[in-house]
Ligand binder design. Structure first.
Ligand SMILES: C[S@@+](CC[C@H](N)C(=O)[O-])C[C@H]1O[C@@H](n2cnc3c(N)ncnc32)[C@H](O)[C@@H]1O
Length: 255
């Protein structure tokens, strides 16, 4: 999440308004709400969306019940018996929250909404920005997410994404799942009519890491900023306009 904020936020030009508090940002799959909180902390109007009760209970507790830095303590690795270099690594405490969740400006517009992203967000052209962090691989069918994001973005709005493609429903019994490569996702995104403004295909990132463990996962994430064009062709025709071929779009991206 810190990478997400520091990597791109100032460069992604979503400020159509001089006052960023007018810019409406949606964070689907917000987890514990930290990214949405950080975006609100930057002054944007921000809504997180999450469907897991475990996440919602926890985010509600942190966001609405905690008001002091490092006031509480957890022992996250207490059940992790393997790959400890020192015995004390297993029993070491972690204090939270590392910021005071109540430190948002008094007039900030920050909310969390419970429910399935695709069910909750059906109203078209409501959002200036959709920010997805380790989210798009939670889809049964990532094409549905792309379609929903296209629909809910205002013309000229941007979709910022960081994450891997660890498809959550792959190999799950009785669950529908398609697993597209990033190459395939990108082709669909461009065919849809999105314009790729920035792309980095290799952003090393950890997730819920035990930094003292002898076993660590490092994701090699995709990061992109794409824009729904401000002017679209009529009758749902999303054929690229003159000169806006996939090749030309790819040339505009940065690696
Ligand atoms: C890998 S976590 C990422 C959480 C957070 N964005 C972060 O970076 O820490 C994916 C989150 O998406 C949520 N999620 C999965 N499918 C969802 C859906 N259809 N609607 C809303 N949230 C969903 C999961 O419950 C989970 O909290």
């Amino acid at each position: 999440i810190s990478q997400f904020i520091s990597l791109n936020w100032t460069s992604c030009n979503i400020s159509f308004y001089s006052d960023v508090s007018q810019v409406r940002v949606l964070v689907p799959g917000a987890g514990l709400g930290r990214l949405a909180w950080e975006i609100a902390h930057l002054g944007y109007s921000c809504q997180g969306n999450e469907w897991s009760f475990f996440m919602l209970f926890s985010s509600n507790f942190v966001l609405n019940r905690c008001d002091k830095e490092n006031a509480l303590t957890l022992y996250p690795w207490i059940h992790q018996f393997s790959n400890n270099k020192m015995s004390s690594d297993q029993t070491r405490p972690v204090s939270f929250p590392d910021v005071n969740p109540q430190s948002l400006p008094a007039d900030s517009d920050f909310s969390m909404v419970a429910g399935d992203f695709q069910e909750v967000y059906s109203d078209p052209e409501m959002w200036d920005c959709v920010a997805t962090c380790f989210f798009i691989d939670t889809a049964h069918n990532v094409l549905d997410y792309i379609e929903t994001i296209w629909n809910i973005l205002k013309p000229g709005g941007v979709w910022i994404n960081l994450g891997p493609l660890l498809y959550h429903y792959e190999n799950m019994a009785n669950e529908f799942s398609i697993e597209l490569s990033y190459e395939e996702i990108k082709a669909v995104i461009l065919k849809y009519g999105f314009v790729l403004e920035f792309e980095r295909e290799s952003v090393p990132s950890t997730y819920t890491e035990n930094d003292r463990s002898m076993l660590k996962y490092l994701y090699d994430c995709i990061f992109f900023i794409i824009r729904k064009p401000a002017e679209q062709l009529i009758n749902g025709d999303q054929t690229p306009k003159d000169g806006q071929t996939e090749d030309s779009l790819q040339k505009r991206s940065s690696t």
